[in-house]
Design a binder for this molecule. Structure first.
Ligand code: TRP
Length: 334
C-alpha cells in the first residue's frame, strides 16, 4: 500500500485570522488531506517567548482551533492538536537544544527582530525557540513543512540539526523539505495597498478578520483606499491603481469571477457602487465560517474531543521518535 506523505505545520495563536490569510492560504488547506497525512498544531509553547495574558492565550488557542475547523480542516481527516498537550515537544526540544549551536541561533533573523522589539524581555526561550521548532517538526518525521517566507530560515536550521544528529547516531530523523504552497490570492491592506494584509497590522482598518461583524466589514470596505486617479473606474491596473486592483483581487477570489468579468460588471459605475459590492461579497463568504466557528466554540465538549483525540494520535507518533532519540543519546530506558 502506498503510504501518504506526511505534512506538518504549527500556527502561533497570536492574533485573529484575517481575510488575507484565509484567501491566501487556509482556504486551500482542507484539500491537502487528499494527498497528505496532515498535522497542524497550535504553537502555544512558542507564544510564551513573548509575554502573554494567560486568559487571552487560552481563549485565542481555542478560537484559532475553532476557526481552522470552520475553514475546512476536518478533524477526522487531519490531526489537530495543542502543542503543550504533547509533552514530547518539550522533551525533544531540550535534547535538540544540545545539538544546536549558539552561533546558529545568533544568526536567526526572527530572533534579531523580536529582541529588538522586546528589549525588556530577551529571554532564553526566544533565543532557543528554533530548537523547539526543530523538535516540533522532527518528532513526526514529516516529508514536508509548509511555511511562509519568514520561517524558511528556521526550516533550514531544522535540517542542519537533523543532519548533524543523524551524522552522529545514524538515521534517526527524516530530513524534511520546506513546502512552498501554490500561492493563493495575495491580499493587501485595505488602508495601505502597498503592504500585505496582516494580523499584526497596527491600523485596524487595514485588515478584515474572519470573526468580524458584517457591519464592521462593510464599513472597512466602504472606507478602503482607492486611487486618486481621475478616471475613477473599475479597471485592473496594479501598477497605477493598486487599491482598486486589491479590491478586484478580493472580489475575484470570493466570487470566482475573472478581472474582465468584474470590469464588465461595474462598467460605467464608480467606486461608490463597487466598494460596497466587494464588502457584501466578503460578508457572505465569511458568514458561514464565522457562524460555524461560533457554533464550535460554544460546543465545548466537541472542541475538547477534537483536541484530545488529536493529542493522543500525535503523542503516539511523537513517542516513537523520542524513544529512539533517548536511546541513541544514552538515557537509561524507563
Ligand atoms: N515558528 C512558526 C511561526 O512563528 C510556528 C511554528 C512553530 C511552526 N513550530 C512549527 C511552523 C513547526 C512549522 C513547523 O509562524
Amino acid at each position: 500500500m502506498d503510504e501518504k506523505k506526511v505534512m506538518l505545520s504549527g500556527i502561533q495563536p497570536s492574533g485573529d485570522l484575517t481575510l488575507g490569510s484565509y484567501l491566501g492560504a487556509i482556504k486551500n488547506w482542507g484539500a491537502r488531506a487528499e494527498e497528505f497525512d496532515c498535522y497542524y498544531f497550535m504553537a502555544d509553547m512558542h507564544s510564551i517567548t513573548v509575554r502573554q495574558d494567560p486568559a487571552a492565550l487560552r481563549r485565542r488557542t481555542l478560537e484559532q482551533l475553532a476557526q481552522y475547523i470552520a475553514c475546512g480542516l476536518d478533524p477526522e481527516r487531519n490531526t489537530l492538536f495543542i502543542q503543550s498537550h504533547v509533552h514530547q515537544h518539550a522533551e525533544l526540544g531540550w535534547v535538540l537544544n544540545c545539538y544546536t549551536m549558539f552561533g546558529e541561533l545568533s544568526r536567526m533573523t526572527q530572533f534579531k527582530d523580536k529582541s529588538a522589539k522586546n528589549k525588556d524581555n530577551i529571554n532564553g526561550g526566544l533565543f532557543t525557540y528554533p530548537a523547539l521548532m526543530a523538535a516540533d517538526i522532527l518528532l513526526y518525521q514529516p516529508d514536508y513543512v509548509p511555511v511562509g517566507e519568514d520561517q524558511k530560515q528556521h526550516c533550514e536550521l531544522t535540517r542542519d540539526v537533523a543532519q548533524r544528529f543523524n551524522h552522529i547516531y545514524g538515521d534517526v530523523f527524516k530530513i524534511p523539505e520546506p513546502y512552498i504552497p501554490k500561492v493563493g490570492a495575495r491580499i493587501m491592506s485595505l488602508s495601505d495597498p502597498a503592504s500585505k494584509m496582516s494580523k499584526s497590522d497596527k491600523d485596524p482598518n487595514g485588515s478584515v478578520y474572519l470573526m468580524e461583524k458584517p457591519e464592521d466589514i462593510q464599513r472597512k470596505f466602504k472606507r478602503a483606499v482607492t486611487d486618486s486617479d481621475t478616471e475613477r473606474c473599475v479597471r485592473y491596473d496594479p501598477a497605477n491603481k493598486p487599491g482598486v486592483a486589491n479590491l478586484m483581487t478580493i472580489y475575484a477570489a470570493v466570487t470566482g469571477r475573472t478581472m474582465e468579468e468584474i470590469e464588465r460588471e461595474f462598467d460605467g459605475q464608480g467606486y461608490g457602487v463597487f466598494k460596497p459590492a466587494v464588502g457584501e461579497a466578503v460578508v457572505e463568504t465569511l458568514r458561514p465560517i464565522r457562524e460555524e466557528a461560533q457554533r464550535i466554540l460554544k460546543d465545548k465538549a466537541y472542541l475538547e474531543s477534537v483536541y484530545r483525540a488529536g493529542a493522543e494520535k500525535a503523542s503516539r507518533v511523537a513517542e516513537r521518535t523520542l524513544r529512539k532519540v533517548y536511546k541513541k543519546v544514552g538515557f537509561v530506558a524507563r
